[in-house]
Design a protein around this ligand. Structure first.
Ligand code: SF4
Ligand code: SF4
Length: 389
């Protein structure tokens, strides 16, 4: 059977438009009642990676969560909204993120329960190339009758793209995230672990916020908002990601999570096997979407020069406001602080880009020689043209 991906135009985050268009997307997939019944629990899992205002477009817009809570509330289901944010997974940090991301205000008159998904953790194992790796997911997630994954449409400085599959990494506690980055620095193995989490959690539905996405050096504060005007939904998160990357002008075979999903037979990426319902895909295709300089997408376009990339991660001392988040979350503990200045020991950095993703001040910068950028841009545009014909 072909995977089905619903596309509905949504030009803004106004309450009326989001409610109407989300309702339409759900109807195209059989209606909210298909996923959860009265009295059951539905967990909405937004992307709440950083405490940033909704206008920055780095996190799932609160109006999307509010209207999903509305539609699932009509079924009589009990709505839970939860995440396990990057950094200290404490109630205080969740409070900060909840306020900054606009969730507190948006959900104030909606019946729901908020949850920090860091208790009663259950261990899962994945075997990659003969080695066993563990990750932990809260039993609360597994006990919900339906998980609805609500990612943001964003570029990613290492993995190129972050959508449905990558958003579920947010369910893991901070220490588990750090350990896995350290244990799996190779992007293809890391992607297999992400696909394993996806297969374990098995969300009933994925709804992607692509009204305003992120381009350039996402997924953190270095990324730039870009209006797409779209809501996407599917029961198949792999197919959803494949359509999303097509909208960015990228081929699924070059996206680590999509390639890993094919290797592990976890979902559908072939356009022939994906049915688009709702609005016309071609209207949303972007021909000049900016891809992160450091992403693995460029790796085999500019192999030799790519190896130099690590050398250009640095902390801009003028922008850094000394919060220490990068050092606290670096999986290899290679960010030092001396006399109030944070710096990276490049010779032992594994290039995981966690510091780049987590920095609230956009102070972790990546630079490349001009020749690299020119060669990469030329090859990337040619590739995007070929993949879109
Ligand atoms: S580089 Fe960013 S995350 Fe690190 S201490 Fe400075 S502001 Fe904080
Ligand atoms: S310095 Fe940054 S990129 Fe390097 S290992 Fe630490 S978090 Fe990852």
């Amino acid at each position: 059977m072909r995977a089905k991906v619903a596309l509905v135009a949504c030009g803004s985050y106004s309450a009326g438009e989001v409610q109407r268009q989300l309702g339409r997307a759900l109807e195209l997939l059989g209606g909210a009642g298909r996923f959860v019944k009265a009295g059951q629990r539905v967990l909405l899992k937004p992307n709440l990676c950083l405490p940033q205002a909704p206008e920055r477009a780095l996190t799932t817009h609160p109006e999307i969560i509010r209207q999903l809570a509305y539609w699932f509330g009509l079924t009589g289901a009990r709505v839970v909204v939860g995440d396990n944010p990057v950094g200290d997974a404490t109630q205080d940090r969740l409070d900060v993120i909840w306020n900054e991301c606009g969730m507190q205000e948006a959900l104030k008159d909606i019946p729901y329960t908020r949850s920090l998904l860091n208790k009663n953790m259950r261990e899962f194992k994945i075997h990659i190339d003969g080695t066993s790796y563990s990750y932990f997911v809260s039993q609360e997630v597994l006990d919900c009758e339906a998980v609805v994954n609500v990612p943001k449409f964003k570029t990613h400085s290492l993995m190129t793209f972050t959508g449905a599959v990558k958003n579920l990494y947010g369910l893991l506690p901070a220490n588990s995230k750090k350990t896995l980055h350290y244990q799996l620095p190779e992007h293809d193995k890391f992607a297999e672990m992400l696909v394993s989490i996806y297969s374990t959690v098995k969300p009933a539905l994925h709804v992607m916020d692509a009204v305003v996405g992120i381009e350039g050096d996402g997924p953190g504060t270095k990324g730039e908002p870009r209006h797409i005007g779209l809501l996407m939904a599917s029961t198949d998160g792999i197919a959803l990601d494949a359509v999303a990357t097509r909208i960015m002008g990228l081929g699924a075979s070059r996206i680590p999570t999509s390639a890993a999903a094919v290797r592990l037979a976890a979902g559908e990426v072939d356009p022939e096997n994906i049915e688009i319902v709702g609005d016309d895909l071609d209207v949303f295709i972007q021909t000049d979407y900016k891809i992160p300089e450091t992403s693995v997408y460029h790796k085999d376009l500019t192999k030799k020069l790519f190896r130099l990339s690590k050398s250009f991660i640095r902390i801009n001392q003028d922008k850094c406001h000394r919060c220490g988040l990068c050092a606290a979350n670096c999986p290899t503990s290679v960010i030092d602080v001396k006399e109030g200045r944070y710096s990276i020991r490049l010779e032992v950095c594994i290039g995981c880009m966690t510091c780049h993703e987590i920095c609230p001040a956009a102070a972790v910068e990546t630079e490349r020689p001009l020749i690299y950028q020119q060669l990469k841009d030329l090859k990337l545009r040619n590739l995007q043209k070929r993949e879109m014909t």
